[in-house]
Design a protein. Structure first.
Length: 446
């Protein structure tokens, strides 16, 4: 159970720091300002008390009566705020030494390190509600007494930080003790839980409830809330068991999935071949009207031949890739020597040869289809460009173009004047081996 609350002890409520310190520690403390003696030496349930202060604190700070009389003497107002008190529950799973050590580390790291003086008292270690009271000074400590009040300690973020750090320190102590239980400083709503918070019971009400459970209105309300929370806890437990079962089933399914993935990996080459055939098949959509084959290109003068070479349409990159694939596919490769390896019920050599022949068959058909489909398009583009330049197919043979001027001393044409056929640009270096990412173990074509 997590509990961490803070309050300010002030004279406005008729309280004093000396009386609060005497009650928390179970000691006798005299108030020098009023002369009143606060004797709580017969109070039970006090497991121990001690004062923690900065390293440079004067000796009088560690005397409880002098410490809180200094606090009382520094305040002049009748409604003055005297000190701050923290009431925090300690996990019941910890033993006495672990409880005291966890609280000491928290107070030293989060409060004394800021310059505060802390008077810590431990209560009810033998009951089911072990807790501690931490009384904190509100003024800066000086060698001869207390100075000005430190307003930075009143910031709300300081208290929120303490609440979170308290949970961290207690959880660390639980972990060191080998306990699985943990506490959380967040509310049930922030944690996404449906539990209802119980009502806080003061010392008097708690004593009455210990003597006679349900004798107070607050005690009866808390009993009803605890009953409803018990039902919610049972539902959460059932959901947790169901989740564990689903996780177990998920682990089993993961094993089956891994086995299937292994089988798929072993058959990866066959799957790659199927995908390759699918990618190599031509467009299944029929053409609305096949284009008529144009008349063969006529013999043209040298100028027309140069023009054709200059304005030749650039080949489609996809056609170049296709030609490379076809050439690679039709390449005769040496088959591996038989070594007795068996794959899918037949020797590995026969398995490879069967699939290689299927690939060659598909590629040869595709190459023939590509030649039939691309040639009319290429020839039609050449004729269209010639017509755009002023030539007509029916008059190209009879066209008399002016001969180029000849120099006085004709020389043989240079390499620049002679018509040049641009070298064919090689396509990307593709290899069917690149498609065989998942292949069976054994020899394969080189």
């Amino acid at each position: 159970m997590y509990h961490f609350s803070a309050q300010v002890i002030s004279r406005k409520a008729g309280r004093s720091a000396t009386a609060a310190a005497a009650y928390r520690a179970g000691e006798e403390v005299t108030d020098h300002r009023t002369g009143e003696v606060h004797d709580y030496t017969r109070k039970g349930g006090v497991a121990g008390a001690g004062i923690l202060a900065p390293a440079d604190a004067p000796a009088w700070v560690f005397d409880r009566e002098q410490l809180w009389n200094q606090v009382e003497a520094k305040e002049r107002r009748k409604d003055a705020q005297l000190c701050r008190e923290i009431d925090a529950a300690i996990p019941v799973e910890l033993d006495e030494h672990q409880r005291i050590e966890a609280v000491r580390q928290f107070v030293e790291q989060e409060m004394v390190s800021r310059g505060m003086v802390a008077d810590v008292a431990f209560h009810d270690f033998d009951s089911g509600n072990p807790h501690c009271h931490i009384m904190l000074s509100m003024r800066d400590l000086e060698p001869d007494g207390f100075g000005k009040k430190n307003r930075d300690w009143n910031d709300r973020s300081v208290l929120n930080g303490w609440r979170e750090k308290w949970a961290e320190h207690m959880n660390k102590a639980l972990e060191l003790a080998g306990e699985e239980k943990r506490i959380d400083h967040r509310s049930y709503a922030d944690q996404g839980l449906d539990f209802e918070p119980t009502w806080h019971m003061g010392p008097a009400v708690a004593a009455m409830e210990r003597r006679s459970p349900g004798s107070t209105a607050v005690g009866r309300m808390n009993q009803e809330i605890e009953a409803r929370n018990e039902i919610i806890a049972q539902n959460y437990e059932a959901e947790a068991l169901e989740l564990d079962y689903l996780e177990t089933q998920g682990d089993e399914l993961s094993g089956e999935i891994a086995a299937v993935q292994q089988e798929i990996h072993q058959r990866g080459l066959e799957r790659a071949l199927i995908e390759f055939r699918r990618a190599m098949q031509p467009d299944p959509k029929p053409e609305a009207k096949p284009a008529p084959s144009p008349a063969p290109a006529p013999q043209a003068p040298r100028q027309l031949a140069q023009w054709q070479e200059t304005h030749k349409p650039k080949p489609n990159p996809g056609d170049r890739i296709l030609s490379v694939i076809v050439s690679k596919t039709l390449d005769e490769r040496p088959m591996p020597e038989p070594d007795g390896t068996v794959w899918e019920g037949q020797p590995l050599e026969a398995w490879w040869r069967e699939r290689w022949e299927k690939i060659k068959e598909v590629a040869e058909g595709l190459a023939q289809s590509a030649r039939e489909r691309l040639k009319p398009i290429f020839d039609r583009q050449v004729v269209q460009r010639a017509e755009a330049a002023g030539y007509r197919p029916e008059s190209i043979e009879s066209a008399e173009l002016p001969a180029p001027e000849q120099p006085a001393n004709p020389e043989p044409p240079t390499a620049q004047e002679a018509p040049q056929n641009p070298p064919e640009q090689p396509g990307p270096d593709l290899d069917l081996d690149d498609l065989d990412d998942d292949e069976p173990t054994g020899p394969r074509p080189g």
